[in-house]
Design a protein. Structure first.
Length: 489
């Protein structure tokens, strides 16, 4: 006999829940509407894609013509291939030569998949914790039901040469003998790292869906397009490559070190090589330091040589300015620093002041040329200290020592306790912790809202979750906004 309790079917036991309250027992049926709706929506989306693929099948000749048209454009052909050195090897004559790996760039893969059509590119997070994230990238041909997938493990850490304002996880010494710090990645660094790795996986999986003979034909068209463009105007092609590397922070002198000769002697084969390396660096396939290391060229871009990108966010500009300024200040003593910049390093509190100091330290001859004649000491014995002249016609001389206030306004070299000049920012120690009240008051004085600054620079953090270093960074950003508006705190 079938067992039924209170007229309920035992087969529906899983859909029932028991609620006990005040001595009564109530059984209710629970329907998981949210999960059921999500599953139905995903199923409908997949079915719709396959139905559209069957109704609008792929036309191979149309794909071929469209892709060939893109490859004949010089601007597209210039970024269609990447190339990077992976070491050196001996040729048939026993001589060492560079060994390169090259292939299609991410931009070409995106264009090829767009023309190929009826493909499904998807990414999903499979695992995520405090140290790593695993993302699965898939590429599916909806007409042939062919799928390629790859799981990408992304460590939430990056390597930096400076550990200031960062949480250091470990450290190591690189091939050049410099110490490198493994630090926790910020939100921006994690986003860039994840985007680069996922793009590489999508390129790898997506290009496997494109026929090999079509890719070979595209390669012939791309090489011919680049050769014709270089032959038509070699100087323009060379200038375009130099400008492209300059935008990535690689100067002409570094390109000459890589090539081993002046840029005026560049040949078409070297242009093609540099073009592939540019694409590799831009697509995060490699870095310039890695390429120079593999070439065996002892050229290193230190922090003091890093360009100032004034188009970046305020937080990024502040971090960059602090690192560059520290590196430049470490190469000279405090008196030389003050002589070039005009004030001690501790008095540089605003972003504008730090960037101006960096320009002066990188070009020390410019500030000296701009000095007034009164700042250049005349030949002969050093003059005695005198007080500034007054309106009463008082001449400088020994009587100037009678004014104690005038003597106190000029601090001695290296004296950190001396009073700064009027209007100069007050130096402060950065060992203490910035309170949230101070951040709020500073933002209010600058006409900003604290939560807007945090949302822009630290989108996943609340004010109470900021580390002491991050609070200093936010305070510096608020000061930079005040300085750019012409105000003063």
């Amino acid at each position: 006999m079938e067992d039924k309790r209170n007229g309920e079917d035992p087969k529906n036991e899983k859909a029932l829940t028991t609620v006990e309250s005040f001595g009564t027992v109530e059984r209710r049926q629970v329907v998981e509407t949210a999960s059921a709706a999500a599953a139905a929506q995903a199923q409908a989306a997949v079915q719709a894609r396959y139905v559209m693929a069957m109704q609008r099948t792929r036309d191979f000749e149309r794909v071929r013509v469209g892709l060939m048209k893109d490859c004949r454009r010089p601007s597209f052909a210039a970024v269609a291939r990447f190339q990077k050195p992976v070491g050196r090897q001996k040729n048939d004559k026993g001589q060492w030569e560079d060994k390169h790996v090259e292939g299609w760039s991410i931009r070409f893969a995106e264009a090829a998949l767009r023309h190929w059509g009826n493909t499904l590119i998807d990414t999903s997070v499979m695992y995520d914790d405090a140290t790593k994230r695993i993302v699965r990238a898939t590429a599916t041909d909806l007409e042939t039901n062919t799928t390629y997938l790859k799981d990408v493990t992304i460590l939430k850490q990056v390597e930096r040469s400076n550990s200031k304002y960062r949480t250091v996880l470990s450290e190591r010494v690189n091939t050049r003998g410099d110490k490198v710090y493994v630090v926790e990645a910020t939100e921006d660094e994690m986003f860039n790292k994840e985007s680069a790795l996922i793009s590489k996986s999508i390129r790898q999986n997506g290009l496997r869906l494109i026929p090999g003979d079509l890719l070979d034909e595209c390669l012939d068209v791309v090489l011919k397009t680049l050769a014709d463009a270089d032959a038509a105007d070699p100087d323009a092609a060379k200038r375009k490559i130099i400008d492209g590397f300059a935008a990535l922070g690689v100067g002409p002198e570094q390109l000459e070190a890589y090539l081993g000769h002046k840029l005026d002697l560049i040949v078409p084969a070297e242009l093609s090589n540099l073009r592939g390396i540019y694409t590799a660096i831009r697509d995060n396939e490699a870095t310039w330091l890695e390429i120079m290391d593999r070439q065996g060229v002892a050229v290193t871009v230190h922090a003091e040589d890093r360009p100032l990108d004034k188009s970046a966010t305020l937080i990024t500009r502040l971090r960059n300015a602090n690192e560059v300024l520290d590196a430049l200040a470490a190469k000279i003593d405090a008196e030389s620093f003050k002589a070039v910049v005009g004030c001690p390093k501790a008095e540089l509190q605003t972003l504008e002041a730090k960037e101006q100091a960096i320009e002066k330290l990188r070009n020390p001859s410019q500030p000296k040329a701009a000095q007034s004649p009164t700042e250049v000491p005349p030949p002969g014995p050093p003059p005695k200290e005198t007080a500034p002249p007054t309106n009463s016609g008082q001449q400088p001389g020994p009587s100037a020592n009678k004014n104690p206030e005038a003597a106190q306004t000029k601090p001695a070299d290296g004296d950190k306790t001396a009073n700064p000049a009027p209007g100069a920012p007050q130096p402060e120690e950065r060992n203490g912790e910035v309170s949230l009240g101070r951040l709020s008051n500073a933002a209010q004085a600058a006409g900003l809202k604290l939560h807007e600054v945090l949302t822009k620079e630290f989108p996943k953090k609340k004010p109470g979750e900021l580390t002491p270093d991050e609070r200093w960074i936010v305070l510096d950003a608020i000061r930079a906004v005040t300085e750019s508006r012409g105000g003063a705190r």
